[in-house]
Design a protein around this ligand. Structure first.
Ligand code: MN
Length: 369
């Protein structure tokens, strides 16, 4: 091994852009913790939301790449933003995205809400590792909009999940493994709205000094128009560092056997862990126009779907507000089945407020013929 300093090198930059007068983004560079937050709600609110979220994250985030713990810290940050508005800081309805990562060697834990993004540059290829929680991302997933069209769509900045509005808000969380030489990029939509992924990849591949690379990303976003605040955090991965250090390559067939067994054991544990994890979780989803509760998680894992029908409801999705309806199209994750039933009751109360409107059931004494 070389004598290079065995540490993750990193850099970050946040810039107001060419059009806005205030920067409502906030970034965090406190290794092993990194984050980008993009505040919403206007001046004196957006920046309060993003900074409140970052402050709460710093005090509650794990110092190891534990996605579940990082997810809990993001939920704490969510409550902090809601509480801040309640306390008269910022304003009601303010919110923020939050994309956070804990990096230890090659292990990366991510927790994510909104349309800021995490990418991994690996071998010159830029892989988006977060899914946007936005109206246009939903439309792309449904096949009604292309990536290119989403850049100019009037609803391009409407997000379907944010910190600061919903106590039940739940972040996406996951862990990934990266290799030495890979680069982790966190960024706000001020970057991705101005530059296509191919250009971001080219810049990251060309400028190996992280300070230079973040400067180039921001400059190019501004050259392209700088329509929004632009924030970037770049972490160079040094996989040999930290408690989860990559093992040295085994030599000889006994080592190969040992490593094969270790690999199979990890696969089995990962599979069992995923199954147990799915069993604890739940989500609500739009199925045929009504709200349905599943135990498990949306999507498939290695071709296997991990979901079990828990309850069908009579709540029609079209009776709910548009943001909730959009979220239900992809599934609204909740902590467990109980929380799912709670959320169903909240939906029901929204469309059928008790004691304010007559029940939809015909009342025998209500004077109907
Ligand atoms: Mn933005």
């Amino acid at each position: 091994m070389s004598a290079r300093p065995r540490k993750n090198t990193y850099a970050g930059l946040t810039d107001v852009g060419r059009v806005r007068t205030h920067n409502e983004d906030a970034i965090l560079l406190e290794p092993p913790l990194f984050a980008v937050a993009d505040g919403l709600g206007g001046h004196e609110a957006g920046e309060v939301a993003s900074n409140t979220a970052i402050d709460a994250l710093v005090t509650s985030a794990p110092r190891r790449p534990d996605a579940k713990a990082l997810g809990r810290a993001v939920r704490t940050a969510n409550r902090a933003v809601i509480q801040a508005a309640h306390d008269g800081l910022g304003r009601d309805g303010m919110g923020t995205t939050l994309t956070a990562a804990v990096v230890e060697g090659g292990r990366i834990a991510v927790a994510h809400v909104g349309d800021s993004r995490a990418y991994l540059l690996h071998g010159g290829t830029l892989e988006r590792i977060t899914e946007d929680h936005s109206v246009v991302a939903d439309m792309i997933r449904q096949g009604t909009l292309t990536e290119e069209q989403s850049r100019t769509h009037p609803n391009r900045s409407v997000i379907t999940r944010a910190l600061g509005t919903d106590n039940n808000m739940y972040p996406d969380t996951f862990e990934v493994d990266a290799e030495t030489g890979d680069r982790l990029l966190l960024c706000s939509d001020g970057l991705t709205g101005m530059l296509p992924d191919a250009e971001i990849a080219e810049i990251l591949d060309t400028y190996r000094d992280p300070d230079v690379a973040v400067r180039m990303l921001v400059d190019r976003a501004n050259e392209a128009g700088g329509h929004d605040n632009t924030s970037v955090v770049l972490v160079d991965i040094e996989a040999g560092r930290g408690g989860l250090a990559a093992p040295r390559a085994p030599r000889g067939w006994t080592s190969v056997l040992v490593w094969t067994f270790a690999f199979l054991a990890v696969l089995a544990i990962a599979g069992w862990g995923t199954y147990r994890y799915a069993q604890e979780r739940a989500y609500l989803v739009d199925e045929g126009g009504v709200v349905v509760l599943y135990r498990g998680v949306p999507g498939e894992f290695a071709g296997v779907s991990l979901r079990w029908l828990e309850a069908e409801t009579t709540i029609t999705v079209s009776a709910l507000d548009i943001v909730t309806a959009q979220r239900l199209a992809n599934g609204v994750p909740v902590e467990n089945v109980e929380a799912g039933f709670d959320l169903i009751e909240q939906y029901r109360a929204r469309i059928d407020p008790p004691a304010l409107e007559p029940s939809p059931e015909p009342e025998p004494s209500a004077g109907t013929p």
